[in-house]
Ligand binder design. Structure first.
Ligand code: F6P
Length: 494
């Protein structure tokens, strides 16, 4: 059995060198690292878009023809024209599904033309899969760009088994109902053989939508993986919280060059505490609310002025989409306002870094930070929170985490959980983090590190693939859920 991985983007970066020649670099994220050995050992391929349009890169296949030799598995590009990129990727995927599935309904642009583009590109992906997967192959489709693929495969009579993993949240019924194509999308997901979600919350939302909108569907099960019968087919649905390569982050955090860089960051803030934020520049990440919370802290606790600095790293993202441009303007303005209000005598409260961090810089920021402030409005998982814990093999550091990040379920016993919309609550939790006694900091970090070590990316991969193949579903223990309770609302340990 070969494994055929399918995602919107192929796992590498394409770029043009100074002579205008295209080149490819394999990606380094956790998903690629975990899947690479499986693809190599079982034999397999990865199907996806190169990220460049057909107009810019007319023959993407030529660029990838020796990928098997270079990377150990085959890369199959799906070429997209600029109008397909606009309608399918920027349009339906990122102007409709992305805001809607993150509960941000007013930010969605339900332009009818986007649906046709989404369907057409999903067909195109299905065509590429049908060409390269045989009946014995296992097709693993990733994320919200490709929810229609199984339906398109079935229409082609493709006999391969296909599983799907949703990396972003699945919304509650009332939000999902806003989608003009809600029945089409829901039914398409049921055409897969296994549908995986990040958390119990997402699976609960999905099951509720299916039960109420498709009453003929039957759902049974108790552990992490359930069984569902719908439309005359049987499929599995489960919660599989994604993770990171924990050992790799630990190793990187201990490198000598990271120690040197960490010392440099600390020396730049003598006698001050460092709070760190690392977020893609995306409106789901709650950056304005986080900045407001930091401003509230400095206003309320004036003794902290000059004693604490927020390093906010924002990674440029989806810059062609108008909402993202507007969002950048909002964030830039707030940073300017807060720095304007408080900067004095060699201290600026916010260091704003607007670029990706390469090499030792990211682990060095993690190691230098007294507090990591991770406050998305909603997030499928949020790997930054797990990276922070994995990197802190020194056992120190406090994590302040949004209760709406998928990671809150696994990290609830060590993090200070906050509601990111509650600006004063976040300011209070940040104050508690900055003044926390060392014994408590270390006890919490021990729990956080235990949680991330137990469930790393290899555990995620193994559980998902086993759920697809297992005869017995009761072998999959329950995954932790998180629901706020009055006792934990202020971040006290349950
Ligand atoms: O979190 C969902 C996700 O698609 C990630 O897989 C990806 O790293 C990120 O959003 C940015 O996505 P893109 O630049 O492909 O739109």
């Amino acid at each position: 059995m070969n494994l055929v991985v399918v995602s919107n983007r192929l796992p590498f970066a394409v770029s043009r060198d100074e002579h205008g020649q295209w080149a490819i670099e394999p990606g380094s994220g956790g998903l690629v690292t975990a899947l690479r050995p499986v693809l190599r050992n079982r034999g397999g391929r990865w199907i996806g878009w190169s990220g460049a349009t057909r107009e810019d890169l007319p023959d993407s296949a030529a660029l990838f023809k020796d990928s098997q030799r270079r990377f150990g598995y085959e890369l199959v590009p799906v070429p997209l024209s600029s109008s397909e990129r606009d309608g399918f990727y920027a349009g339906f995927s990122n102007e409709i599904v992305w805001p809607l599935f993150h509960d941000l309904v007013p930010l969605a642009n339900f332009a009818p033309a986007y649906w046709a583009a989404y369907e057409a590109v999903n067909e195109k992906f299905a065509e590429a899969i049908a060409r390269s997967a045989g009946p014995d192959d296992f097709v693993w489709v990733h994320d919200y760009h490709l929810m229609r693929v199984a339906t398109a495969l079935a229409a082609r009579g493709a006999a391969c088994r296909a599983a799907f993993f949703l990396h972003i949240p699945f919304p509650p019924l009332d939000v999902f109902l806003k989608l003009p194509w809600r029945f089409e999308v829901l039914r398409s997901l049921l055409d897969f053989d296994l549908v995986g979600f990040q958390t119990v919350r997402d699976r609960r939302n999905f099951v509720q939508c299916v039960r109420l909108l498709l009453p003929e569907a039957r759902v049974t099960g108790r552990g992490a993986v359930w069984s569902m019968t719908a439309g005359g087919r049987e499929l599995r649905i489960g919660s599989f919280p994604i993770s990171i390569d924990v050992a790799d982050f630990e190793r990187r955090g201990q490198a000598a060059e990271v120690a040197a860089k960490t010392a440099e960051i600390r020396a730049s803030e003598p006698g001050r505490q460092v709070v760190l934020g690392v977020d893609r520049l995306d409106y789901t990440k709650g950056l304005p609310q986080k900045l407001e919370a930091f401003r509230t802290l400095l206003r309320r606790r004036q003794e902290l002025q000059g004693r604490v600095t927020l390093f906010q790293v924002v990674i440029p993202s989806r810059e062609d989409i108008p909402r993202y441009q507007e969002h950048k303007t909002t964030v830039d303005r707030l940073v300017g306002e807060i720095n304007g209000e408080f900067t004095r005598g060699g201290w600026a409260p916010i260091h704003y870094v607007h670029r990706s961090l390469e090499g030792p810089r990211l682990p060095a920021y993690y190691r230098a930070a007294d507090v990591a402030l991770v406050t998305p409005l909603k997030d499928g998982m949020n790997l930054v929170s797990k990276e922070y814990c994995a990197t802190r093999s020194d056992g120190d550091g406090v994590l302040v985490l949004s209760e709406f990040a998928g990671a809150a379920a696994e990290l609830q016993r060590g993090a200070l959980l906050v509601n990111p919309y509650d600006v004063e609550g976040v300011a209070d939790a940040l104050y508690a983090a900055l003044t926390m006694p060392e014994v408590e900091r270390r006890a919490r970090m021990r729990r956080l590190r235990r949680a991330v070590r137990e469930h790393d990316i290899y555990h995620w991969l193994d559980t998902f693939l086993r759920a697809a193949a297992a005869h017995e579903l009761s072998d999959f223990p329950l995954v932790e859920d998180y629901l706020p309770a009055a006792a934990t609302a202020t971040g006290t340990v349950p």
